[in-house]
Design a protein around this ligand. Structure first.
Ligand SMILES: Nc1ncnc2c1ncn2[C@@H]1O[C@H](COP(=O)(O)OP(=O)(O)OP(=O)(O)O)[C@@H](O)[C@H]1O
Ligand SMILES: [Mg+2]
Length: 242
């Protein structure tokens, strides 16, 4: 039998409440091997999908499998959270310690590394991200782009098996954007990146998905959808090129 998928979503649907229409419908998605880009309009449910994968929101329907085992309770999500590095859309939701070193060392300390080991892992990770010398900086005084890289350091220090990055390029100037692109291209890790930046996704990922009216589609594959016609032959069988 072939290896199970690292993470598999099967027919996942999500509504915020019984009164609101579903935000996500019948999402089938396997992740853990490729470098995937996820693009879609504001409010289409991209961040919500990441929260469902991490077990921070409970789906209204469908199943989530981690290494072939169905998971649904908070206890069952723990091993997934240990192996999946989740970069929040807002770095301020991720960073909470007074200094950069304390923030980055928090994960390794939690994993049981000694203080010296956690310090070394943190310094090495900061160095890999071009943040040498940042260890004693006050986290909340960093610039938006610096916070984003420190937030990435906090998850890379945990040696994850998969990254979920929610809009990692927000607030980045061209120099840091290019550094992040290089880092992601050097990492031998699968990831899913939510971004509105086509160029960045083209440079860092090998397949692209969109969320459209609650449905997930793989780009480059045909899919049937509803649309209105603004051309005169709309009532006859026809094809669109894009
Ligand atoms: N608790 C809630 N109750 C009802 N609706 C909510 C709740 N939380 C979020 N939403 C709505 O769900 C929709 C999807 O939000 P989500 O953050 O997943 O979108 P997104 O695709 O990540 O958007 P963006 O590109 O702006 O980050 C939004 O319209 C948002 O306002
Ligand atoms: Mg979002």
């Amino acid at each position: 039998m072939s290896d199970p998928h690292f993470i598999e979503l099967s027919d996942i649907s999500y509504s915020f409440s019984a009164e609101t229409p579903p935000l996500l419908h019948d999402i089938n998605f396997t992740i853990g091997k490729e470098k995937i880009g996820l693009i879609g309009p504001n409010g289409s449910g991209k961040t919500t999908l990441f929260h469902i994968i991490m077990g921070l929101l409970r789906p209204s329907g469908g199943k989530i499998f981690f290494k072939g085992e169905e998971i649904s309770t908070q206890k069952q999500f723990k091993p997934l959270r240990r192996e999946v590095g989740f970069l929040f859309q807002s770095s301020d939701d991720q960073l909470f310690s007074p200094t950069v070193l304390e923030d980055v060392a928090f994960g390794p300390l939690n994993l049981g590394f000694s203080i010296d080991e956690a310090r070394q892992i943190s310094l090495d990770t900061l160095k890999d991200l071009g943040l040498e010398g940042f260890e004693n900086r006050i986290t909340h005084k960093l610039s938006g782009g610096e916070k984003k890289l420190v937030a990435l350091a906090t998850i890379l220090a945990m040696k994850p098996r998969l990254l979920l990055l929610d809009e990692p390029t927000n607030n980045l100037d061209l120099e840091i954007l290019s550094r992040l692109t290089d880092i992601l291209n050097t990492l031998e890790l699968p990831f899913v990146i939510i971004s509105h930046d086509w160029d960045f996704l083209a440079e860092t990922t090998s397949s692209l998905y969109t969320i459209d009216h609650g449905h997930l589609h793989k780009c480059g594959e045909d899919h049937i959808h509803e649309h209105r016609h603004v051309h005169p032959y709309g009532d006859r069988p026809h094809q669109h090129k894009d």
